[in-house]
Ligand binder design. Structure first.
Ligand code: HEM
Length: 411
């Protein structure tokens, strides 16, 4: 069981900006619905441990679960969650704010231990993060980084979380500051914190659907609809159900997608292929979002643990309306509020985006961009490997008014 219900503290308020005091403002983005909160409990996602199990594992690796915010190790499985605390630049009173943070705000923060303790699990909860402006106002240097989070495949923390088959395992310090494996020496106050990346990513859903509809993969035995579904699955690396396209290369397999013992259990290596030198993309394109973001055996085994992040995504915006469906054109903004945690943003989020998603030569020359998040400053993006009937065929994604559309714009 994951948490069944996890409303935000801010569901209690109806305004979009909430003032804790004159120096702190809780900023609620416009897409959050304050009266409503829903928690998903999809079977595909790993279960949460009991507090006793978690405490035993945590003490084995010397981790204090009361000192780790609830959202970090078990990305809260909510549509509407979290908040961003902004330090008011106008107040400029760092000392006063820090003292307030310690005495008033810190006691309200929901820790990992609070969340896992079923008997006293909070009905409302608060985790906090600081914007770069806020950190500057507090006199904390720029070297602090920010990151993103989400879903089926997140790394397990070594010694604390038992990995499911295929799940990456990272040392505590890959995610938490000041723990084993962190790359820097941290001040005492930063211990067990993490760097948060938050991005609001617009998605052009009708255009994406139109693109799939117009470009079905014409594999033998597939209807046009199945060919379109296959193209989408090969862009992501997973089917809509979560089934990895590498294990289900032609059709979706919802039972596989829903099974956490199987849905992450693959390396992209086919029998006879050498990890670190994989050449086959018939089952999953090298450019697929999933494969770009975690190349598994493409870079050899065992996997390096340097470029893993804990990731979560919250959809925002309305459902498609009938006009958008009919015109296959976006009228209302929607997308993904993306969050990730890592102890080092340069090795985490930034590396994944710049060195892998945007790098047309990764993991091999000519692979092209990650079709979901790869960015080329508005220029068109060439991708190979998507068409399983001809993996060297290049497909170009362009933006807006052009015939092929880009799927995601990032702000
Ligand atoms: C609108 C933007 C995005 C969409 C729609 C999206 C969607 C997805 C989906 C559906 C999955 C598969 C589910 C899973 O394995 O957990 C996934 C996996 C993943 N995504 Fe994204 N994502 C987006 C942005 C990003 C960004 C910006 C990053 C980081 C730079 C990122 C990093 C990852 C990683 C690391 C994985 C897991 C790879 C693995 O473990 O095999 N995603 N994403």
């Amino acid at each position: 069981m994951r948490l069944a219900l996890f409303p935000t503290l801010f569901s209690l308020w109806k305004s979009s900006s909430i003032y804790i005091n004159q120096s702190v403002k809780i900023f609620v983005p416009r897409f959050w619905t304050l009266t409503e909160f829903a928690c998903l409990d999809p079977p595909a996602q790993p279960d949460l441990p009991s507090i006793d199990t978690a405490n035993a594992l945590a003490s084995a690796v010397n981790l204090n679960l009361h000192n780790v915010q609830g959202d970090i190790l078990y990305v809260l499985n909510v549509y509407y969650e979290s908040c961003v605390v902004q330090v008011f630049a106008s107040s400029k009173n760092a000392a006063q704010f820090k003292s307030h943070l310690k005495s008033v705000i810190a006691p309200l923060v929901t820790s990992t231990a609070d969340l896992l303790e079923v008997s006293s699990q909070p009905t409302t909860a608060l985790n906090i993060a600081f914007s770069q402006t806020g950190l500057h106002a507090l006199g904390i240097s720029d070297s602090l980084n920010f990151g993103y989070l989400d879903g089926i495949s997140n790394p397990a923390v070594q010694g604390f979380q038992s990995p499911l088959p295929g799940q990456a395992v990272v040392p505590t310090g890959q995610i938490l500051l000041g723990e084993n494996g962190d790359t820097a020496i941290r001040p005492a106050w930063a211990k067990d914190g993490s760097f948060l990346v938050f991005r609001q990513l617009k998605q052009l859903v009708p255009e994406f659907n139109k693109f799939l509809e117009q470009n079905p993969i014409r594999a033998p035995g597939l209807t046009l609809q199945e060919g379109s579904d296959l193209l989408g699955a090969r862009m992501f690396g997973r089917w809509k159900s979560g089934a990895p396209v590498f294990l289900a290369p032609l059709f979706d397999n919802p039972a596989l997608g829903a099974n956490p013992q199987q849905n992450n259990d693959f390396t992209y290596a086919l029998s006879g292929q050498t990890p670190g030198n994989l050449t086959d993309q018939s089952k999953c394109p090298f450019a697929a979002h999933l494969r770009k973001m975690r190349p598994r055996a493409d870079l050899g085994l065992p996997e390096s643990n340097t470029h893993h992040i804990v990731r979560g995504g919250i959809p925002y915006g309305p459902e498609l309306n009938s006009q958008e469906i009919a015109s296959q054109t976006t009228q209302l903004e929607r997308g993904l509020a993306f969050v990730s945690y890592q102890s080092n943003i340069t090795n985490g989020f930034q590396f994944l985006q710049k060195r892998w998603a945007d790098n047309t030569q990764f993991v091999h020359a000519g692979v092209g961009f990650d079709p979901i998040i790869g960015a080329a400053e508005g220029a068109s993006r060439v991708i190979t490997g998507l068409d399983s009937t001809n993996v060297s065929r290049a497909i170009t994604l362009t933006t807006g008014k052009f015939t092929l559309v880009t799927l995601v714009f990032s702000n």
